[in-house]
Each structure stands twice: as structure tokens, then as C-alpha cells.
Design a protein around this ligand. Structure first.
Ligand code: 48H
Length: 257
């Protein structure tokens, strides 16, 4: 039998539809496919839970591809080595407990391990809103990024989830929506987003992990979104905190599932 274009088309649409319908009710929905979101997804999927990640762009990886200012190496610290070893990502010792990792090797391996562990990734899909009840958030409102970019007036679709992780990076997009549109307060000292502060690598790396926690009932923040939400500083191209953050949030949610 020769190849048939109609079968190719039907295969893609049919399989995509099965996968999508299977993802309409999730244990955990992750928004943002940077290092924090991908690692959280890896651990949650590995534990056998139903988890999907929504990424606006064509490719996952967020801010990791470009290393520091497009020098495509990242820095990590010693206590992150066990995570990299588990994933099979090589790190090179530099000096004083600073290690370097090829940013391309890091993100491609992380994404691959996450997918192969059972994380479903929806690329080109943006989260524009949440599904809410009186004082809770029960899902995400999604739209094709191409529709978002075109500015066409097209209504979105909705998926349900027991837990949500905002891993959208500096812009902290999901929590911003909750702050603006859901009547209940955030679990921050002011009930509002505190905002990211300027560069202070050591402090920021500690705080990224500390700030990776529940910020609204069943909604967690991870990675840069955690610092933006709880007022932590930025850290530049050191990525240990992002990975430790994804792991912490995954572990905290897994205890509750
Ligand atoms: C779907 C969305 C939406 C949306 C955004 O920025 P990221 O890499 O995030 P982290 O927290 O995993 O890593 C942060 C790191 O890359 C970084 O920026 C550092 C360390 N900066 C330090 C410094 O000093 O500047 O990834 C977030 C991802 C991106 O891919 C976005 O496209 C995606 O989230 N995203 N996806 N729906 N509404 N908003």
C-alpha cells in the first residue's frame, strides 16, 4: 500500500483529538514550559499522575536555550547535581562550587525525559484565563497562540484540573489573572503580587525555592513566577533554583494527590 495523504491527515487529527479529550480533566495543569515547569512535570508524570503542560511558544525551554546573553552555557550549583545525574545531563565543574552545563543539552534532555515519563505537552497553546468558582480555581482557559497573536475574536476552550502550577516566568501570567479577576485574596502577605526585585543571585536562588509554594487554594507558583509573586530578586543565568523549585512544587503537590 502506498502512502495516502487523507490517511495522514486523519491520523493526525484523530490521535490529537483522543489525546486532547483524555486531557480535559487533569490532576495537575502546568502553565509554562521553561525549566521549572518541565521539571515539575517530569516528577509528577513519573509518579503516575495525569499531568499536562501548556506552552505558548512552538518550543518548550523558556529562557534556558540562550544561557547568559546568548552564550549558550548555564551555571548551576553543587546541590543540583543529583537532579542532573538522574536526568543524565552532564555538568562540568568550574570553580568554587559553580558548575556549567550546555544549555541545549540541558533543555533537550529535560524535555525528552519529561515527555517520556508521561507528561503531555501542548505547545502553541496559551493560557488566557482560569475557570473559577466562589473561592477556588478549577481549571484553565486556553486558546491557540496563533489566535492570540492574530488578535482574532475567537472564544477559548477550558480544561479542568485539581492543581495548577504557574511556571510562566517573569510575567507570572496565571497569578496576575487570579489577582485581577477572582474575588478571593492571594496567599501573599498583602494578598497581591509583590513583584520581582533586581539582581542578587545568591539571595534569589534561596528565595526561588522558598517562594515555590501554594499562592491560592490548589494553585502553586514555580521558577521565576515564584519570585515575581512573593517579591524575590532575580538571579541571572544560574538555573539551579529553577530546577529545585520545579522539584519542590512537584513533591508538595504529590503529597496532596
Ligand atoms: C502558556 C506561557 C504563558 C501563558 C508564559 O521564563 P521561563 O524559562 O520560566 P522558568 O521560571 O522556568 O525559568 C526562568 C528562567 O528562564 C529565567 O528567566 C531566569 C533564570 N531569569 C533570571 C533573570 O535574572 O532574568 O519559561 C516560562 C515559559 C515560556 O516558555 C513562556 O512562553 C511560557 O512560560 N508562558 N505559556 N500560556 N499564558 N505565559
Amino acid at each position: 500500500m502506498g502512502l495516502n495523504e487523507i490517511t495522514i491527515t486523519k491520523a493526525i487529527v484523530d490521535q490529537w483529538q483522543r489525546k486532547f479529550i483524555d486531557n480535559l480533566e487533569l490532576d495537575v495543569a502546568i502553565v509554562g514550559g521553561g525549566p521549572a515547569g518541565l521539571l515539575a512535570g517530569y516528577y509528577i508524570a513519573k509518579a503516575g499522575k495525569k499531568v499536562a503542560l501548556f506552552e505558548r511558544k512552538l518550543s518548550v525551554g523558556g529562557g534556558m536555550w540562550g544561557g547568559g546573553m546568548m552564550f549558550n552555557e548555564i551555571v548551576i550549583q553543587k546541590n543540583v547535581i543529583p537532579i542532573l545525574e538522574e536526568l543524565g545531563i552532564p555538568a562540568v565543574e568550574y570553580e568554587d562550587s559553580h558548575y556549567t552545563v550546555d544549555s541545549i543539552a540541558c533543555i533537550t534532555t529535560l524535555a525528552s525525559k519529561a515527555c517520556l515519563s508521561g507528561l503531555t505537552i501542548w505547545n502553541c497553546m496559551s493560557v488566557e484565563d482560569v475557570m473559577m468558582r466562589e473561592s477556588s480555581v478549577n481549571g484553565l482557559v486556553i486558546i491557540w497562540s496563533a489566535i492570540e497573536m492574530s488578535g482574532l475574536h475567537v472564544d477559548p476552550l477550558t480544561i479542568g484540573s485539581k492543581f495548577i502550577i504557574d511556571a510562566t516566568g517573569h510575567d507570572v501570567e496565571v497569578i496576575k489573572v487570579i489577582e485581577r479577576k477572582v474575588p478571593a485574596k492571594l496567599l501573599t502577605p498583602t494578598g497581591k503580587i509583590l513583584g520581582e526585585k533586581s539582581m542578587w543571585a545568591e539571595k534569589a536562588e534561596e528565595l526561588t525555592v522558598e517562594n515555590s509554594k501554594e499562592v491560592f487554594p490548589c494553585v502553586y507558583v514555580a521558577g521565576m513566577a515564584a519570585n515575581a509573586t512573593f517579591g524575590g530578586p532575580r538571579m541571572g543565568p544560574i538555573f539551579g533554583g529553577m530546577l529545585l523549585s520545579g522539584k519542590k512544587v512537584a513533591e508538595d503537590i504529590l503529597k496532596r494527590l
